[in-house]
Design a protein around this ligand. Structure first.
Ligand code: PLP
Length: 386
């Protein structure tokens, strides 16, 4: 029998991470200790209270049934968290839906809202799951460049009218991956006005909402006036609570949109393991304490890495938040893909080329703040030798 990929599969290119890992492994085999700053996988353990709740609930015999989605307790914990953090009022019954990690939500969501050929507006560079979701829906992506001239924010005024007319969905991510630009209320207000004018649903990915370093938290999109009329926000416990492997996230916002996503999800999965949901409730109920600890660690790392790169002649995109440093390296004789392999080969430091997130990422790299300070300092020392 001949086994063939569907035509759609051509739209899902092989991710570069496997090749980077293979190059890193070859380097490690020569006796060099790698410093891996590639994946945005949090290195800190989840808070002890969260882990204890998970193991307590997992030990109970009656914890193993289908959950069919978020428990009442989980949705209430999300609503309370939003209320405490952002003064946003959410109805736990209608305005929140759980997803099995935000990746799952992001790749499925466009299917629920877009028809074949509709346009989805998103950023270049942008997180790779947006494109996967656009492809799953057989929609078309329109990529708004994030560049230094527009302070790494999308410029809605530059989008042609005919594109706006065909656009169904706008995906934003602030502070983002790979570009850690921060949102302002002025930008979100502008987003709401743009969405209303052109009848476009807004999806804000707030995966890095608890990573900020100067005391001012990134705004929730739902804080902007009128945001609940036009959009939703997806957030995850993966990064802010170091629960990446537990696969738990949620979408909050416009009840009509949440209802449609619920209809799709009822065909896709049977919900997250209840002990994980219970542990997530403990995390959200203790969010202030848990995320403050995270910020103490990450803000130091951010300062060390950003300043260290500046000192060795790199152009660091300024930011006060996010989990990554996004920077232009001085060795511009290399394109960004060749450069990261060169860096692995010469130093054993593993970083990610900007162009895998979109064309505007060419000549930039993304460096994740996922190693202890001493290793970040050592990585800087090695990068200085290039
Ligand atoms: C911007 C952004 N959104 C979503 C995700 C997916 O995270 P998860 O599926 O663990 O919630 C990531 C992971 O790196 C990300 O960077």
């Amino acid at each position: 029998m001949k086994i063939e990929r569907s035509k759609l599969m051509a739209k899902f290119p092989k991710a570069i991470f496997g090749d980077l890992k293979a190059a890193a492994n070859r380097k490690e085999a020569t006796g060099i200790k790698l410093i891996d700053l590639s994946l945005g996988s949090p290195d800190l353990p989840p808070n002890e209270k969260v882990r204890m709740e998970l193991s307590k609930q997992a030990a109970l015999a009656n914890s193993y049934g289908y959950t069919l989605g978020g428990t009442e307790k989980f949705n209430e914990a999300v609503a309370n968290y939003y209320n405490r953090r952002s003064s946003v009022t959410l109805n736990p019954k209608t305005d929140i839906i759980q997803t099995m990690g935000s990746q799952e939500g992001l790749v499925h969501l466009p299917m629920a809202l877009c028809n074949q050929g509709d346009i989805v507006l998103t950023t270049d560079p942008g997180y790779v799951a947006y494109e996967a979701g656009i492809n799953m829906a057989q929609a078309e992506g329109y990529y708004m460049p994030l560049t230094s001239t527009n302070e790494f924010l999308p410029d809605f005024d530059a989008i042609p009218d005919e594109v706006c007319a065909r656009a169904k969905l706008l995906i934003l991510n602030l502070p983002g991956n790979p570009v850690p630009a921060m949102p302002s209320i002025a930008f979100f207000n502008k987003t709401v006005a743009f969405a209303k004018k052109h009848n476009i649903i807004v999806l804000h990915d707030a995966a890095y909402s608890e990573f900020y370093f100067d005391g001012s938290r990134p705004l929730s999109f739902l804080e902007a006036e009128g945001a609940m009329e036009v959009g939703i926000e997806i957030n995850s416990l993966s990064k802010s609570f170091s629960l990446a492997g537990a696969r738990i996230a949620y979408i909050a916002g416009n009840a009509d949109i949440i209802k449609i996503i619920g209809e799709l999800k009822s065909n896709l999965d049977y919900g997250t393991f209840r002990p994980i949901q219970d542990a997530a409730v403990v995390a959200l109920d203790n969010a202030e304490e848990i995320t403050e600890e995270l910020r103490t660690v990450f803000s130091r790392r951010h300062k060390i890495l950003a300043n260290g790169l500046l000192n060795i002649g790199w152009e660091v995109v300024p930011s006060t938040g996010g989990m990554f440093v996004y920077a232009k390296y001085p060795q511009q004789q290399f394109n960004d893909i060749d450069f990261v392999y060169h860096v692995i080969e010469q130093t054993g430091v593993v970083i990610v080329p900007g162009s895998i997130f979109g064309k505007s990422g060419e000549n930039y790299v993304r460096i994740a703040l996922v190693q202890p300070e001493e290793l970040i300092i050592e990585a800087l020392e090695r990068l200085a030798t290039l």
